[in-house]
Design a protein around this ligand. Sequence first.
Ligand code: SF4
Length: 170
Amino acid sequence: MGKRSIHLETKDAIIKFALLDDILNLARANSLWPMTFGLACCAIEMMSTAMAKFDLARFGAEIFRPSPRQADVMIVSGTVTKKMAPLLVTLYEQMPAPKWVIAMGNCAISGGPFLFEDQYNLVEGVDLLVPVDVYVPGCPPRPEALLEGLLKLEEKLTGKRRFPTPEAKW
Ligand code: SF4
């Protein structure tokens, strides 16, 4: 090539893709779309999180989608029974990638208060069915805890925390 020719090759392709991924992940983190999906009492707290008092819209995640094909976050809020398990997996598989799962409440994490010897119809943790990104413990967790779970998910996507970590006051 002559001195004045345009050099189209780049050594930095991977770095540029990484930058693009960073930008996409920032956009995704600020616009999470949860699926409208509740299994038991924890779902009431999830609904409360989206209402005016707790205002999930502040974090860009208030658009609960009625179809898994339009959602990128599954919040498993409630007891997962063996009867419900195949439906939950189907819904997860219908969500387009990238996608994330929040296990909300002790039932979704490990079976909660329904975990006892010889129980016959409980999935002892939704992570036995689908990969879980964030665990929000409680029975039920308060809306603030779910908000904290969403912030954790954002942090996982961007590598940065949007707000300072709350201090324990006890
Ligand atoms: S963790 Fe507690 S509040 Fe949540 S679904 Fe289970 S029993 Fe209900």
